[in-house]
Structures are given as C-alpha cells and as structure tokens.
Design a protein around this ligand. Sequence first.
Ligand code: CA
Length: 415
Amino acid sequence: MTLLTSWVGSANSAETPFPLNNLPYGVFTVDGTAPRCGVAIGDQIFDVTKAEADGLVELDAAPVLDAPYWNKLMELGPDVWATFRARLTELLSEGAEARPGYLVAQADAVMLMPFKVAEFTDFYAGKHHAMNVGTMFRGPENALPPNWLHIPIGYNGRASTVLVSGTDIVRPNGQMKAPDAEVPSFGPCKRLDIELEMGAIIGGSNAMGDPVTVQQADDMIFGYVLLNDWSARDIQAWEYQPLGPFQAKAFATSISPWIVTKAALEPFRTSTPTREKDLLPHLVEPGPMLYDIDLEVTMAPEGQSATTIARTNYDRMYYSAAQQLAHHATSGCAMNVGDLIGSGTISGPEKSERGSLLELTWGGKEPMTLDTGETRTFIEDGDTLVLAGAAKGDGFQIGFGACVGTILPAKTFPQ
Ligand code: CA
C-alpha cells in the first residue's frame, strides 16, 4: 500500500500521522461548543457529526454520530464500520468535491474522550517487561510465574479513571512500607511511574456464558489507542500480594485521543513471537493478530525540553489483544462494546526499549540523565510524559497522536 491522496493538502505527505490511509476517530470541541465526532485528516478534523446531519454520511440506524462518543457506531458491527470507512475515504479523496466548511483545524480544537469506557482490564503480556520486573523482585530463575507462558495474566482495572491525553494527573497518596521500615506509612507516592501500552477497544459483545474464539475476538476489536497505565510502585509493592495491583493503578490511566481503526492497521499485521511452550488450542492465533507499530516515550521536566527515554515496538508482545480478549471470555465472562483492554507494558530486549521507569532505572538504582542534565529515577512533580506511536509504511504512516500527561503535586489528605 502507498499514500492515498486527499483534497485536504496537509494529508498528502509522508510525515503526517493522519493521511487518508488512517482516518482515526475522535471527539472534539472548539471554543467550548458542544462536543462533536470528528475524523483526523492531515492537520484538520473532518466534522462527521455535521456531515451526518447534512446527509453526506448515511448510516442505517441514523443518527449515529450525534453523540459525543463513538460507541453508537461501534455497536453497529464490522460491516457498518467498513461501509462508513469506505464512505469517508470517498468523501475525502483527491478528486472528490472539496468541502472546507466541514473542516476544523486541529490546532483550534480540544480533544475529549473518544468513547465511553465500559470496563477496563489490564494485562501483563510483554515477556521482556515480565522478565525485567520478575528478575528485580524474585531473581532471574523465578522471574516468570509458572502460568505466564500459558495464559495472558490480567486484572480488572477501573474505567472511572481512564482519561484522555492532556488531562493532568495528580500524584496519588497511599499506604506503603519501605523494606527496612517496621510499620507502613501514608503519604504521596515517591515512586511514580509510567507503563507504555497499547489499548484495544472492543466494538462487539458476547453473551454471558458464551466464550469466543481468538478469531471471533479479533473480529470484535474496533481499534487501538496508546495507553499509559500510570503506576505507583511503592504503593504497588506493599499491596499487590495476593490479589494484584489495586490503588497503585486505580488513580489514572491516560489514552491517546484518536481511535486508530483495525482497518487502518491492516497492512501492518504481524505474528506474535514463537511460542516457548505450546499454547492450549483455545488460545492459539489462527493468523497474525499483532501489529508493527513503532513506539516511543519522552520525558520533560517543567518548562524544559523533552528527552526520548525509550523506543520499542508493539510487535514485542507475547500475546495479542485478540488472545487476551478470548482468554477474558473463556469462563463465560460477558464482554461489551466500549470495553478497553490494556496490552501490558511493552518493552523490548534492549535497555533502550524498556517501557517503564522501573525497568529503565532498574528499580531506581540506575538514575537516568536527561538531555537537560537533570537526573531522574521516578517522575517528579511538573514532569510531562508523552507516548507516541506510528505504523510506518512506504511513503506514509498511520500515527496515533500523542498521549500526554503532566504530574501535579499530591493533594493534602484530609485529616
Ligand atoms: Ca499495566
């Protein structure tokens, strides 16, 4: 596939994250007006709420795009997703009638949450991350739990604190206990971290009691976003046994504002790595269900320039989102439109590919030096962390837009 050209001039370059090949879905507002659904094209947003109201886009169950979220389209299923995408491609292609009245400059818009999050589940499906963290906590021989190569391990997170990129994050308070302390203490997290992840957005559902195959699971996925699973490592270390993370992860999860559809990512499908142990049949992928997406993380102290602290690729994951979703439903757990599935931290084999500060600074023992000359082990107040990602094609790319968060000081806890 090569670059598809549009009458929106800024979309016709190898550098734009949003060529006609992409067409990601977001929700935006301009000057405080009512939120609307839009599609990114070059440096513009095509206002599809207006396009549907004016009859340019016709969907069977209309109106579908009159709400400030994309769940109504998601509910209509893959055939409608394909028809809608084909119509958008037709409307925005070079040679089609130019309709500048439907464009809003991205620079003038504020992006909002693109969908209503039904529930959020986070996995632990990156082997390099699991090996690094397990080695730090339990030594290299016991790094991977015995179940790790057989099931994607996950936990039920919180949908209530999933936030769109650009939302500031307040440093959490919590209970923690230093290894050499006799009793626990309460206060602001001192080891605040990121987790570089991809989020899969579920656009289908299964009835309670009905499991799904890996292929059915892949068909249920609507699209992907970048996801930062903010983590309070000191709170996590004290609370996580035996039921896993709780308050350490519950305070905030950031996502990028544009839902990149599975259709846009189709040319970048790739397989999960070779299995180290054969999976049971119900979790075997029938085809490539992971994607080749370059990822990076930058960190900037308040008022200063950013330093790239990690670069890796989504293809490092051991389990795909489809395998995670299939596993999630094996017991008969009902999955719903708007469910969000976090991939787990994405790290590669090299030190420069580590997707968390916990790994980059090896538990705080090896501080990083930023380009500004400052050093960091974990995140300080005022720091801004940015995740970025793009699938790179021949003369075009499928970008995700940034997933940005700045850390504000902890609140004084009521006495
Ligand atoms: Ca995570």
